[in-house]
Design a protein around this ligand. Sequence first.
Ligand code: SF4
Ligand code: FES
Length: 238
Amino acid sequence: MNVTFRVFRFSPGVDKEPHFDTYSVPLKESMTVLEGLLYILDNLDPTLSFRFACREGVCGSCAMFINGSYKLACQTQIGELKANKIEVQPLPNFPLVKDLVVDLSAFYEKIEKVLPYLTAKNDVVEKEQLQSPVERKRIDEVIDCILCAACQSACPQGWTGKDFLGPAVLIKSYRFIADSRDRAGDERLKLVSGEDGVWRCHSAFNCVEACPKHINQTAAIGSLKRKAVVRKLLFWKR
Ligand code: SF4
Ligand code: FES
């Protein structure tokens, strides 16, 4: 039995306009969308471009728009889509590089802005800093983010405000603010409290729906908003 793949194609400088190409792929048991794309690349069209690395839902590089939903291609079995046609598009709302590959440079630059590393409470760390199970629980969910950028793509505030930090960037900040071992919470909060930070989030929940790791970004951003208000009202900090 074969399954039809309808794949978005555009090669700048070669194609005049974006279009879809159709391929017939022999279906194997438990075959994933990524395996289908690899079959096309190896057997039908070596010019098709897409990203992947780990093939096990860890690196985040294979996030795509598959049959109208955000998904990791390596974690999506064709059978579970219950469709005889698989339509694959690049992540919407990012500049296109080629075919299914988008330019994530601006996304990574935003991540850099929020200091995505632990600033340890002890200046000289001679031994590991322990966390209690309760302290660890606070960051359990957000630490699972694999930076696939699906939520950044899905956020309507990002469609109109290109400087909005976006859900993945804000939860990266939250991940360290909520970490009991970090001492840069105040500086971090200041970085996300500006007009392109938490207040641009209108709780549309698109990010929550898009996330392949089932992270509730809206709840984490809500917590950041409350912390930002307390910081402003109680301490009169800018
Ligand atoms: S929060 Fe979820 S959707 Fe957003 S980048 Fe992380 S893993 Fe991807
Ligand atoms: S290839 Fe790494 S998450 Fe899919």
